[in-house]
Design a protein around this ligand. Structure first.
Ligand code: ARG
Length: 475
């Protein structure tokens, strides 16, 4: 196809291209052409678009809707178009609106008028719905794979830091001693649920929309099951009107991204706090920090701050997608073209953030001495002392107020003493919580064992979580 972009004059072009040829007498206003075009962002769907078209045309050939020769010619042409796109040999033009028309025009350059038969029994409405589903299936695998890497880093760091005790917090006040490894494994659980959420959501992306055509279905004797099988879908969309206008799967995916970001923002915030001189619990890796342009002493936790900041951006993507869909009448409306940028932004952002966080977790140095020393704060023993009285028969509520008053007196007026007297050691306190899910070594060991098992089962299944071509597609 022509490499030179069409010349842009101020006046509407007289020539009507592609889909405008019949119905329109005049060309498009150039400013509207730019406004209307989605090619700048939906070119990202090129691989999925061509994969979908190949399955469609194969089916057209198999069902005798096109001759076998025509179908084969179109399929070969599409393969060549994909190679051109992958090698940046296709010039994108606003007057060709979107990736679907670009591919069809490029095909025409390659094989001539037979290209016009590709769109038999199809509309851009079911086509774009298919492309987006294929895309979400692909990127969902990629994010899942990145999550497993992050979970692996958390598990590795947990097994290394089993001996490190630190204060656990509620209300950001020192509460009870916990193992650092227990704290890190709490994040493993969050990302494990996120991973499962992406997997569960893929079951709802797995509905093949093609055959719905514009909205009502098609008059051609298509075989939708064949297309589904060729593309690796396990079922077809049950209602053509729903299939062309449903974007629930995109919303769900961006919600799942938002949940990951929310978890990452909590972890970022803790690392930022822990790396302050006030806490002094960790040193963030130089590789993920910046300096100040004026204050020579500064080492700023920029990576963590950016992850925390980008969380708002992904929440915005979710809200933008939901709002686009709100009150939209059936079936396809051009509003739906606005679904893509928030989706693409969410995926780019969440993938980048998980990768950066994995590097931070691998490189962060924990200050074992500072953490252990902070655990010597006698107030951290309060619950254990109250539990002790309770074991002697004092009702817990009473024991609670006895110890509460003792702590209050100790804290009144004079500086807090760090005299521990007969207080249990932090290690003893941690070990006393030895049931499943507690912070004792045996419990954390068990969490790590279960984590490793989870990772080894699932690492393999998403190891090929790369791009479209790697998905299991027949044909
Ligand atoms: N670029 C369009 C989109 O992203 C493709 C579908 C266009 N369909 C239509 N009837 N104009 O939604």
């Amino acid at each position: 196809m022509a490499r030179k972009p069409r010349k842009e004059s101020g006046k509407p072009s007289k020539e009507s291209v592609g889909i405008r040829k019949g119905r329109f007498e005049k060309g498009m206003d150039p400013e509207f052409a730019r406004f209307n075009a989605s090619i700048a962002f939906d070119k990202r769907l090129a691989a999925q678009d061509i994969t979908g078209s190949i399955a469609h045309v194969k089916m057209l050939g198999m069902e005798g809707i096109l001759s076998p020769d025509e179908a084969y010619e179109i399929e070969m042409g599409l393969t060549r178009v994909l190679v051109d796109i992958e090698n940046d040999r296709l010039a994108f033009r606003d007057d060709l609106e979107d990736i679907h028309i670009h591919v069809e025009e490029a095909l025409k350059e390659k094989i001539g008028d037979t290209a016009g038969k590709l769109h038999t029994a199809r509309s851009r409405n079911d086509q774009v719905a298919l492309d987006l589903r294929l895309y979400v299936l692909d990127v969902s695998q990629e994010v899942s794979h990145e999550l497993l890497n992050l979970m692996t880093a958390l598990t590795d760091r947990s097994s290394e830091t089993m001996d490190v005790l630190m204060p656990g917090y509620t209300h950001l006040q020192r509460a009870q001693p916990v193992r650092l490894s227990h704290h890190l494994m709490a994040y493993f659980q969050m990302f494990r649920r996120d991973w499962e959420r992406f997997r569960d959501a893929r079951a709802r992306v797995d509905e093949m929309p093609l055959g719905s055509a514009a909205l009502a279905g098609t008059t051609f004797p298509v075989n939708r099951e064949t297309v589904a099988t060729l593309l690796g879908f396990s079922k077809i969309g049950a209602n053509s009107m729903d299939a062309v206008s449903d974007r629930d799967f995109a919303v769900e995916f961006v919600f799942d991204c938002s949940m990951v970001m929310m978890h990452l923002s909590r972890l970022s915030e803790e690392l930022i706090l822990w790396s302050t001189s006030e806490f002094g619990f960790c040193r963030l890796p130089d590789a993920y920090c910046s300096g100040s342009s004026i204050m020579p002493q500064k080492k700023n936790p920029d990576a963590c701050e950016l992850i925390r900041g980008k969380t708002g951006r992904v929440f915005g993507d979710l809200m933008s997608l939901l709002t686009t869909l709100k009150a939209l009448p059936l079936t396809y409306n051009k509003d739906l073209q606005e679904d893509k940028e928030p989706l693409f932004d969410a995926i780019d952002t969440v993938k980048g953030c998980i990768k950066i966080m994995t590097g931070i977790i691998r490189g962060v140095e924990f200050d074992k001495e500072r953490m252990n020393a902070a655990c010597l704060d006698p107030s951290l023993a309060a619950t254990d002392l109250a539990d002790g009285l309770t074991r002697e028969g004092v009702p817990f509520r009473e024991a609670h107020s006895i110890i509460g008053a003792r702590i209050r007196d100790e804290y009144a007026g004079e500086a807090r003493t760090n005299k521990r007297g007969r207080l249990p050691s932090p290690e003893m306190m941690a070990e006393a919580r030895c049931h499943p899910g507690g912070t004792a070594r045996a419990s954390v060991d068990e969490q790590i064992r279960a984590a490793r098992e989870f990772l080894s089962v699932h690492m393999d299944s998403t190891a090929s979580g790369k791009t479209g071509s790697k998905r299991k597609r027949k044909g």
